[in-house]
Design a binder for this molecule. Structure first.
Ligand code: TMP
Length: 206
């Protein structure tokens, strides 16, 4: 670990239940006296949230490259202003999506060269990497069951786009070392228990 804090990243396709689990984990850690910062991407700072609004508004027509730069711009501000300082102060930072999302959505989803995506990720994060990734796996069947009434610009994409993104996540997770995989079809409580155990094990002595 390069800093005093501990950086936990939640990643996975839309509708996989990440945000619910982010809130449950942060509640549990706070109750147990840990200093926790919860944040998300795109977003997390005033400027980054403004960029989020641009990115997710279905009225906006955005080219793939412009979309990539906006996600990275939002990230650069987020890392600089919020994540890095919190880690330097010794907080546990829990982030809902980060660089893996850009590989999955802009790299595999939009077919932008992965080398370009990874280079921009490295620049925007100043090389910062999560200490632990909680990765959510969701089947196509389960995804379709969890229909939402309101969808954002990215969720309005075609089924083909979503299938590329969802299978990219499975592929990326299987290639990674520090990922704890979660089956999104299990109950909310069951998933929370598993995540809690893994996180306590990993932050032991923190
Ligand atoms: P969410 O907050 O509901 O997860 O919405 C964010 C949307 O943005 C989601 O559809 C995934 C997408 N996204 C990207 O396409 N690239 C990225 O780098 C990130 C962080 C999110």
């Amino acid at each position: 670990m390069s800093q005093k804090g501990f950086f936990i990243l939640f990643e996975g396709p839309d509708r996989s239940g990440k945000t619910t689990q982010v809130n449950m984990l942060s509640g549990f850690l706070k109750e147990n006296g840990f200093k926790v910062i919860v944040t998300r991407e795109p977003g997390g700072t005033e400027v980054s949230e403004k960029i989020r609004d641009l990115l997710l508004d279905p009225k906006n027509k955005i080219s793939p490259l412009c979309e990539l730069f906006l996600y990275e711009a939002s990230r650069a501000q987020h890392v600089f202003e919020k994540i890095k300082p919190a880690l330097d102060e010794g907080h546990i930072v829990i982030c809902d999506r980060f660089t893996i999302a850009t590989e999955a959505y802009q790299g595999y989803g939009r077919n932008i060269d992965l080398k370009t995506v990874r280079l921009l990720n490295d620049i925007a994060t100043m090389g910062l990497k999560p200490d632990l990734v909680i990765g959510f796996d969701i089947s196509d069947e389960e995804y379709k069951k969890r229909k939402r009434n309101e969808v954002d610009r990215i969720e309005m994409e075609s089924d083909k786009f979503r299938e590329r993104v969802n299978s990219a996540y499975s592929h990326i997770f299987r290639e990674m070392k520090n990922v704890f995989l979660v089956d999104a079809s299990k109950s909310v409580e069951d998933i929370h228990e598993k995540i809690k155990k893994e996180v306590l094990k990993r932050i032991n002595g923190f």
